[in-house]
Design a protein around this ligand. Structure first.
Ligand code: FAD
Length: 488
């Protein structure tokens, strides 16, 4: 069997390992960390379990597909349930909204509790679907960098409807035209943060994102998000993949413009195919010696990062659900802080995820496991120790106010993750969560291809390359990369 080496066991690397095994390769994965998953990590302490990175699971069919591809039943490896209630939104003016999975219920909730009419909400959802229908095959499921991708009839059909993807105004401008109530503008602007972008700058094409959640649904795996990683690692192992943990790749070996293997502390390892799941920025800066880097692409603006507190809370709250958003009073000012001042807003929107609401084993009896996150700029010289201190105080004060309880005395366990730690733990340049930002109208074309134009047998997968970040897209990146691999 020809040998394939994968650099990194993030979700993209695991999917690539499975796909290449199915294609007949003997796969070896080298991972610098002690466990698989990369950003999709898990944290335990004092009887609490936390999903340390992603908490919202959409498009589970992309995970299931890996099992069916290997001739296995996905349900024998991991299970998940569809959420009836996707998110609870809390506003400073006292408004509370629940985003229901059922479309009729969602429309009714938004139109009875805000100034929006049912037509406004359904018109928005239809637009979101239209953008999905036009873009998904062309922008998400194929390489944008191969001529063959443009020869499909559905590509022509999509191109003919290109004007409808709303790329020529910002997401905020579009949402202000859809909704008379600014609180719904804020709610739908938030979807720009799903790929670390700024709704006041990013094209309204990002209004495709709500369709993933509202149409295909939001899910919670049994055992939490990390069970996705466990299931994929198990499947890859059964297909013959060998994993080496705590063994970073130091160099990708290139001979005569061909990738021929990698170097780790354990020695030199030959391969017919090398796939890097590491952030493309570090792949060029650290692993590809003597190869000219695509400087323009690497100089693109990075997506935002996150500051997260993992809190063990010694009581329960009735008003919160699995996913909760506590909005800032002035959303534009918040994004100006992140993107213009490159600082953390004094009143950040807080995302609170509590898996113990649905997975009681994640917290001791009577307690809750709080994943409390705010969006912050990618790290470029800020004083993160000072930011963590200030943000912690403002987050506790906002949550205490909106939940009507002094929170500090109830925090019995605490861990923190900031952009610098995200960079050092997962090799994500500046700690950004989703590679480059999607703030530019052309961002889809400015991501690195899933193959190298200059080096044969070298491929790329993961959230920093085409088609982008987030679990579903990182999984698609592995599919496209594997589809690009030439037979050996
Ligand atoms: P990564 O996770 O980036 O993994 C890369 C791997 O490479 C790591 O394991 C790293 O240790 C390894 N590595 C680095 N250097 C080397 C080396 N030299 N040799 C070998 N291995 C190396 N997505 C969602 O879909 N929903 C969410 O709710 C969501 N929330 C998020 C919240 C947070 C806090 C974070 C951090 C991310 C979130 N994301 C979310 C994004 C999602 O986690 C990522 O897009 C996705 O996990 C990226 O996967 P990847 O394949 O790019 O690999």
């Amino acid at each position: 069997k020809p040998r394939a080496i994968i650099v990194g066991a993030g979700i993209g690397g695991l999917a690539a390992a499975i796909r290449l095994s199915v294609k007949g390769y003997q796969v070896t994965v080298f991972e610098s960390g002690a466990a698989p998953g990369g950003k999709l990590a898990e944290l335990q302490g004092a009887g609490f379990r936390f999903d340390a990175g992603p908490s919202l699971f959409t498009m589970p069919l992309y995970v299931d597909e890996l099992f069916t591809l290997a001739g296995k039943d996905p349900r024998a490896y991991f299970r998940y349930q569809k959420l009836e209630e996707i998110c609870r939104y809390f506003y400073e003016d006292g408004l509370r909204l629940t985003a229901w999975s059922d479309t009729e219920k969602l429309i009714s909730e938004f139109s009875t509790k805000t100034a929006a009419t049912p037509e406004e909400v359904s018109r928005f959802l239809e637009k979101s679907k239209e953008i999905y229908d036009i873009t998904h095959r062309v922008f998400l499921e194929r390489s944008l960098h191969k001529v063959s991708s443009y020869l499909h009839t559905d590509t022509f059909r999509s191109m003919a409807r290109f004007g409808a993807i709303d790329a020529f105004r910002s997401q905020n401008e579009a949402n202000e035209s859809f909704f008379s109530d600014r609180r719904l503008v804020q709610l739908f602007n938030r979807y720009a943060t799903y790929n670390g972008s700024n709704p006041y700058q990013a094209p309204a094409t990002l209004n495709v994102i709500p369709h993933f959640e509202n149409h295909f649904g939001a899910y919670l795996p049994e055992g939490g998000m990390y069970s996705i990683v466990r299931a994929l690692e198990r499947l890859a192992g059964e297909l013959g993949t060998t994993f080496y943990y705590n063994e970073p790749v130091n160099e990708i070996l290139i001979v005569n413009k061909k990738a021929v293997g990698v170097v780790t502390a354990g020695g030199t390892h030959a391969a017919a195919v090398v796939v890097s799941n590491l952030d493309v920025w570090f792949t060029y800066r650290k692993l590809l010696r003597g190869i000219p880097a695509p400087e323009k692409l690497l100089a693109q603006q990075r997506s935002s990062s996150a500051l997260i507190f993992y809190w063990g809370i010694n009581r329960r709250f009735e008003t919160t659900g699995l996913h909760n958003i506590f909005f800032s009073a002035d959303y534009r000012a918040e994004f100006d802080s992140i993107w213009k001042a490159q600082q953390v807003s004094a009143d950040p929107t807080i995302y609170l995820n509590i898996t113990s609401k649905m997975l009681p084993e994640d917290a001791p009896a009577g307690c809750e496991n709080w994943f409390v996150m705010i969006n912050v700029p990618a790290a470029n010289g800020q004083d993160w120790q000072a930011i963590v201190r200030t943000a912690r105080a403002s987050m506790i004060s906002k949550l205490s106010r909106l939940l009507g309880t002094e929170l500090e005395p109830h925090i019995v366990y605490e861990r923190v993750l900031d952009p610098l730690t995200i960079e050092s733990r997962t090799g994500s340049f500046q700690g950004s969560l989703y590679g480059n930002s999607s703030n530019s109208r052309f961002s889809a074309f400015l991501r690195h291809p899933n193959f190298s134009r200059k080096i044969r047998n070298l491929y790329f997968c993961g959230g920093s390359v085409h088609p982008g970040g987030g679990i579903p897209l990182a999984l698609l990146s592995a599919k496209i990369a594997a589809d690009c691999v030439q037979p050996h």
